[in-house]
Structures are given as structure tokens and as C-alpha cells.
Design a protein around this ligand. Structure first.
Ligand SMILES: Cc1cc2nc3c(=O)[nH]c(=O)nc-3n(C[C@H](O)[C@H](O)[C@H](O)COP(=O)(O)O)c2cc1C
Length: 200
């Protein structure tokens, strides 16, 4: 099958792309509003894009034309956010935080999750996440109903046991992030690892 996303299949673009471009990592983004209320929401239109400077991007779609999701709204005000990564242990809490709550109502309260204050930015991270990336907003590009939030990663917090403290060797089997699969609600485990050496 061939899909014309500019014409015949425009209304199905989200479904087609989000089902095929998988697995995707999940950015579980914490932000703070002007009253200090902490917001948390997952975004799987997400990845890292460079290391000099350390760069990532994720894309909150607008709720309706011109109305940003709370995450994008807070980032526009505070210019900072934290990307918490998602493993098996926080999977259910991540999913629960995707509920659309009124602006200013925290997804964290009553969730059983704990927050740790930021070091490089004034936004807390989720203690239970396996790793968290403290970011400042580099820019947000509005393209149609999408906002592409580009962030600079200032500080990374990784759970003990993921990196060897002496040589930074990564303990891959100790890290089991969840992957986002087909829309709307399929996921994958990442416990079945294999290695292929790169040609020299
Ligand atoms: C695993 C997962 C991934 C998601 N990825 C995105 C995404 O990339 N972009 C988006 O706009 N919404 C995405 N959502 C939906 C948002 O999390 C949801 O709209 C949420 O209510 C936004 O919260 P906020 O208004 O507090 O920012 C995703 C939901 C889940 C469960």
C-alpha cells in the first residue's frame, strides 16, 4: 500500500506514522508552572539529536489550534524542563500521567511518585525514573499543530548500577526502558538484547 499524507491519507497521518516508526523512546517530561505546580506527561515523539551541545527534541501536539498542552505552555514560560526516562518500574505511573487534567492540576499528587529538586534547572525530576535529563529550552518551532521543543541537556542523573563509576562502561542488561509501539497503546520490553560489531 502507498499512502499520500498530503492528500488522500492526510487524516490518517498520525496513525500511519506512529504505528510504523517504532519502537520510540518515551520522554516523561516534568515542568513547573508560574505557581510552582509540577506537571508530568509522556511524549514518544522524542529522541536525542546530538552531543555538542547535548541536544534532544520532543513534540507536544496542540490540544486544539493555537492551544498548547500544559507541558509546552510551562516550557514557554519557564524555558526549562526535565526528561525522565521510563522503565518497567514506572510504566503504569507514566501511563496514568497522560490523563488530560486541567491546567495547574498536578499529575504527580497522589501518584506515589517522589520528586527531587533540579540542580541545573528549577524543575524537579522523578525519583523513581531510571534516568533524568535536566534541560533548558533552546527553542520551540511551531509547525502546523505541532510544537517541536528543542532542549539542551545540562545534567544527567542515572540510577546507580547503570554506569561503571570508573570508566563509564554501560551495564546494558541493568537498563530496561520501555518502547512505544503501535498507536494507540502498544509497548515493547527491551529485555531481548543482542550485539552486532560495526565493520572497521
Ligand atoms: C506513551 C505516550 C506517549 C505520548 N506521546 C505524545 C507525543 O509525542 N505528543 C503528544 O502531543 N502527546 C503525546 N501523548 C499524549 C500526552 O501525554 C497527553 O496529551 C497529556 O495529557 C499531555 O499532558 P500535558 O497537557 O500535561 O502536557 C502520549 C501519551 C502516552 C501515554
Amino acid at each position: 500500500m502507498t499512502f499520500d499524507l498530503m492528500d488522500t491519507h492526510a487524516a490518517s497521518a498520525y496513525k500511519i506514522l506512529s504505528c510504523l516508526v517504532t519502537p520510540r523512546p518515551i520522554a516523561w517530561v516534568t515542568t513547573v508552572n508560574a505557581d510552582g505546580i509540577v506537571n508530568a506527561a509522556p511524549f514518544s515523539f522524542f529522541n536525542v539529536f546530538g552531543s555538542k551541545p547535548p541536544l534532544l527534541a520532543f513534540a507536544p501536539g496542540d490540544r486544539e489550534p493555537g492551544v498548547p498542552k500544559d507541558t509546552a505552555r510551562n516550557i514557554r514560560q519557564q524555558r526549562a524542563f526535565v526528561v525522565n526516562l521510563v522503565d518497567e518500574g514506572v510504566l503504569q505511573a507514566m501511563n496514568a500521567s497522560a490523563r488530560p487534567l486541567p491546567y495547574g492540576v498536578s499529575e504527580i499528587e497522589g501518584s506515589g511518585l517522589n520528586l527531587i529538586p533540579g540542580e541545573a534547572v528549577d524543575v524537579p525530576r522523578i525519583a523513581e525514573a531510571p534516568a533524568s535529563l535536566e534541560c533548558t529550552e533552546h527553542s520551540t518551532i511551531e509547525i502546523g499543530g505541532n510544537r517541536l521543543v528543542i532542549g539542551i541537556v545540562h545534567r544527567v542523573h542515572a540510577r546507580d548500577g547503570l554506569f561503571d563509576s570508573e570508566n563509564l562502561a554501560f551495564n546494558a542488561p541493568a537498563y530496561n526502558p520501555i518502547g512505544r509501539m503501535a498507536s494507540p497503546s502498544w509497548y515493547c520490553h527491551t529485555t531481548d538484547l543482542f550485539e552486532i560489531k560495526r565493520p572497521q
